[in-house]
Design a protein around this ligand. Sequence first.
Ligand SMILES: [Zn+2]
Length: 484
Amino acid sequence: MNYVATVGLEVHVQLKTRSKMFCACPVEFGAEPNTHTCPVCLGLPGALPVMNHQALRMTVLAGLMLGCDIAPISKFDRKNYFYPDMPKNYQISQYDMPLCTNGSVPLHDLAYPKDAQKNIPAPDKEVHLVRIHLEEDVAKSFHFENSTGIDFNRAGTPLMEIVTQPEINSPEEAFAFLTCLKQILIYGGVSDADMEKGQLRCDCNVSVRPEKQAGLGVKIEIKNLNSISGVRRALAYEIRRQIGALRNGEQLEQETRGWDDATSETFLMRTKEFAHDYRYFPDPDLVPVKTEILAADVRARMPELPKAKRARFVEQYQVSAYDAGVLADDLDLARYFEAAAKGAKKPKNVANWILNDLQNALSDAGKTISACPIPPVALDELVNLIDTGKISGKQGKEVFAEMFATGKHAAAIVKEKGIEQLSDVGAIEALCDEAIAANPKPVADFKAGSVASLNFLKGQVLKLSKGKANPQLAGEILEKKLKG
Ligand SMILES: [Zn+2]
């Protein structure tokens, strides 16, 4: 029997605001524990929350970029629970009136894991969203040998929760979804979505069912995954485990599981007997939010989306769809490319240099594009020297290496090394005459039909020019002289 997997994701995204959701404490990763706190984010009795306008704005922007409907009126609710890392014992969240509903994330081929890109079962798939709401993050617990410490620096950080429809069908699709979502959030400047810093965390709801069964199987939740590849591995393991259990005739139960990255296995945390009733009610300290003016303002200043950028790169710079995909994949790389290609005669050649030599050099040096020692305009200059025949492609590589190492400009290096290519027709003609006169045998062989002899003569011309003659031009002039 064949089984189908169904996955829905709940993604928590830390917003890139300067201050916290309901107080003025700074949002900063890596500060000394408990140095960014106040009565509000410590949850002291009587402290009153004040809404962060920027967080509302960023959530509305994320919603608009993802094609969501923005609620005209939205409100905040208290989610009551015993939270070991939140002393007021409720979290301010949104229950029945979230800021955004619906919307979707289009999956792009290059967002799938590299080993899965050749075989994408549903190309151009869109994963639909249920809602996006805004809430406050809890503090962070650190478990020591005999005790637990709590750092409240993270408490109260604005957190956006994005909930998908259960329509993801494989670990690879979940991987592509998270990659595309992360890209859109970065494009909007909404979050850096750095999973290593906990800025993007994910819970997965996964069920399997026999292919012919109509309803979904038993839903099992995997909590708190903190890397995109971890989500892929956890889902692959869990889908295998559930199918194995069903094949053995076991009954699956609704439960919550954790993921152990070291053993690459999920483990049972709790079953549904412990399902919580959070007793939500509207937070009496916060007024409902009218979004009309805010949404209109955000809509008027929407950044370009990754999909639109890819299409524009193909149209405006004549790069291939694949290259446009790689360039637009990383916003910093896309910006670098545009800055270099803007004035270029052949933007496609600029793209080739970025995607091959520059990317390789950066990865060898362990640098990202934002720390690139070659400014975009300087790269355009180099490509232009090659395209106009001032230096050869081979010399170009030499100059490029020097530019990358020293940050000097191409023209300066060419001058310094004296490697400017000889492209003067008169001068090359004189060298060709010299080579022809000195090599009567190869000349006769060429006239008798030996193509290799032309290459020999071309070699002689290059030698006479001390390697500086433009080889293509030398070949053309020689051929014309020998045939004429
Ligand atoms: Zn605070």
